[in-house]
Design a binder for this molecule. Structure first.
Ligand code: AN7
Length: 354
């Protein structure tokens, strides 16, 4: 990924590139979402679950870890709701650097926790939430030999801009609207920086409106105040005091975008819908923009941001940030379907419903 967009990234000839083949994810057209929006609009999904550790975090991590290696850092450290830690652990392993991840105890989806251990990170669970973990990491990161690889590290944001570059390269221009989930708000900040940089370089003629969706129980930016005890089924975005609050709000304002909320029930319904109607299985946080798109198209609901204002033929991109297998317990399996029947044709036909 760094090789493809080198001219836009903060790397030099002497930067040792630490890569696992991230980026280059598909931009998948969703005709069924297009139908829901109507007015000849096209909806595309940027499927970031297909990165090496199955989330968008790998784009920023390849740059952040390459730069940390260049500086000779001995230890990478991050706070995480799960995906940053999985990605940091993998890239640290690849670079041969120690990795410490500070996580809210009991609040990490099982697939992400498995990844941190599998890649050999030192996992430290705290009796607190993500925001508490980030406060600790900010303090520890002041040490010379430590490199913080949260998105407060500008190298992370720089790497994540490449998703916007890829979208413009695929569509031939920026989309009209870009929807994504908002947690720490680094990704929205990165996309906006990427779209702007690509336009300055003459690669795009237009800029999208940036629309961010928070979970109703973890919606500090929407509410305009810190949420002390954020709660949502979408554990990736269970964040009450986002690090990139200011730049993300500026991006929303400058792009004439919006921030809205979706409930846990809407998130889970959208996750199920996307898996069963389009064959794309994403983790709950990643379903937030899909739930948001559906909400905004439902005129009866009186949304904060009405897609009734969307011009005919608009192109809408939703970033689906992480793979569904990250959080297997949430989707679950239907217990009736898992009950064993006799091992013969008749029993199987009966179980099918004949
Ligand atoms: C799947 O891993 O904050 O608004 O520590 O894992 O850039 O924070 C993850 C965030 C969306 C929100 N979707 O992105 C972490 C972490 C998924 C995520 C977000 C996250 P930002």
């Amino acid at each position: 990924m760094i090789a493809r967009y080198r001219e836009f990234l903060p790397v030099s000839e002497s930067t040792p590139i630490v890569s696992l083949g991230e980026g280059g994810t598909p931009l998948i057209c969703s005709p069924r979402l297009g139908e829901i929006v109507g007015r000849d609009c096209e909806v595309y999904l940027k499927y970031e679950g297909l990165n090496p550790t199955c989330s968008f975090k790998d784009r920023g991590m390849t740059v952040a870890v390459s730069k940390a290696a260049e500086r000779g850092a001995s230890t990478l450290i991050c706070a995480s709701t799960g995906n940053t830690s999985a990605s940091a652990a993998a890239y640290a392993a690849r670079a041969g650097i120690r990795c410490v991840v500070v996580l809210p105890a009991g609040k990490i989806a099982s697939g992400k926790l498995v990844q941190a251990f599998a890649y050999g990170a030192k996992v430290i669970a705290i009796e607190g939430n993500f925001d508490d973990a980030l406060v600790i990491v900010r303090k520890l990161g002041g040490r010379d030999d430590f490199a913080i690889v949260n998105s407060i590290n500008p190298d992370r944001i720089a790497g994540q801009m490449t998703a916007a570059f890829e979208i413009v390269d695929d569509l031939g221009d920026a989309p009209d609207f870009h929807l994504l989930p908002l947690g720490n708000a680094g990704n929205l900040t990165a996309y906006w920086a990427g779209y702007r940089q690509y336009r300055r370089a003459g690669k795009a003629a237009t800029l999208p409106a940036m629309i961010g969706f928070q979970a109703a129980g973890a919606a500090p930016i929407f509410l305009g105040r810190i949420v002390e005890n954020p709660e949502t089924v979408a554990s990736a975005i269970r964040i009450g005091n986002p690090a990139s609050w200011k730049p993300a709000s500026q991006a929303v304002e400058d792009s004439k975008g919006a921030v809205d909320i979706v409930t846990d029930a809407e998130i889970l319904a959208a996750q199920h819908w996307l898996a069963t109607k389009e064959g794309i299985f994403v983790e709950p946080a990643s379903a937030a923009p899909i739930a948001g798109l559906m909400k905004c198209c439902d005129a009866a609901r009186g949304p904060a941001y009405s897609f009734a204002q969307i011009p005919e033929g608009s192109r809408i991109v939703c970033t689906v940030t992480g793979h569904g297998l990250k959080d297997p317990e949430i989707a679950g399996t239907d217990s009736d379907d898992m009950k064993a029947v006799a091992a013969n044709e008749e029993a199987v036909l009966r179980a099918i419903g004949f």
